[in-house]
Ligand binder design. Structure first.
Ligand code: GLN
Length: 278
């Protein structure tokens, strides 16, 4: 195999749309060669035999539809580095929008305690801990695998987070009150599986994605109930949501005594986030 960016790019075009192939080829070379994007583009690098073998192995994995973030073992979220592997869902751009929304409304001075429910890779909890350095941050998940990855991401970003292993659907009390509760729970319907790509379906943990058709809002209902008892005065609950359920989630939340409920669209114009003030 030749070692140029354009050769890798052409190979990847069998798997990826043209523009994505270029970006993936560059990321792959940056990681394996340890070079900057511009050095990769200018061809300012030489490949050792081992690096060449690593590229070949990575290409084999990509051909089997493994997501680039898992192959590289890392990604960026809100400008911070995160380890990524099969233990948890890959951080998504829509979740970056959710975290940016939280940070646009809440300052370090007013937030003392934060809880991230269904933390997965820890991307929300770690980013909030980094940006709200005086807050005590808790993060929970049902998956021990996810919690071990989230813990590594906390260390990688030099933040302190208290991780809790529990099933939020069976948790009524954590013995603590919060100024912010945030959650990106599983929200994809099993019936949506048919529209999803193999890179998601064959590699990412199902437990982090899917909910049953019969009770798709089960997490929202339970977390709203939990938040009603666990939010401090003027506390806020932030959700990432399935775009199909914006109005239904608002209706569901209206059953609880919250002051104000706000729905927000993501960059693609889909209902994606919800804010509830206690
Ligand atoms: N946004 C994710 C996706 O579409 C789903 C995240 C979730 O279920 N919480 O793959």
């Amino acid at each position: 195999m030749s070692n140029t960016l354009s050769d890798i790019n052409s190979l990847l075009q069998a798997i990826y749309p043209r523009r994505e192939a270029g970006a993936v080829a560059s990321l792959l070379l940056q990681k394996i060669v340890g070079a900057s994007a511009s050095d990769v583009l200018l061809g300012n690098f030489e490949l050792s035999k081992v690096q060449l073998q690593n590229i070949e192995m990575a290409l084999e994995r990509l051909k089997l539809n493994e997501p680039i973030q898992y192959v590289l073992g890392q990604t960026e979220f809100c400008g911070l580095p995160f380890k990524t592997d099969k233990r948890a869902l890959i951080p998504r751009p829509e979740t970056e929008e959710l975290v940016s929304w939280v940070l646009s409304l809440k300052s370090n001075a007013e937030v003392r305690v934060v809880l991230d429910i269904c933390t997965g890779s820890g991307c929300i909890a770690v980013t909030l801990a980094k940006n709200l350095p005086d807050a005590k941050v808790f993060a929970l998940d049902i998956s021990l695998d996810a919690l071990s990855l989230a813990q590594e991401n906390a260390v990688l970003n030099a933040v302190q987070i208290e991780f809790l292993h529990c099933n939020i659907l069976k948790t009524d009390d954590l013995g603590e009150k919060f100024d912010i509760i945030v959650s990106n729970p599983p929200y994809v319907l099993l019936s949506e599986k048919q529209f999803m790509r193999p890179n998601v379906l064959d590699y990412e943990p199902e437990i982090a994605l899917f909910v049953s058709e019969e009770n798709p809002l089960i997490f929202y209902e339970h977390i709203a109930h939990f938040a009603q008892k666990h939010l401090n005065k003027n506390g806020c609950l932030f959700f990432e949501i399935n775009q199909q359920f914006g109005n239904q989630i608002v209706e569901l939340l209206q059953k609880y005594q919250f002051k104000n409920i706000e729905l927000k669209k993501d960059i693609s114009g889909n209902d994606r986030m919800c804010l509830i003030n206690s």
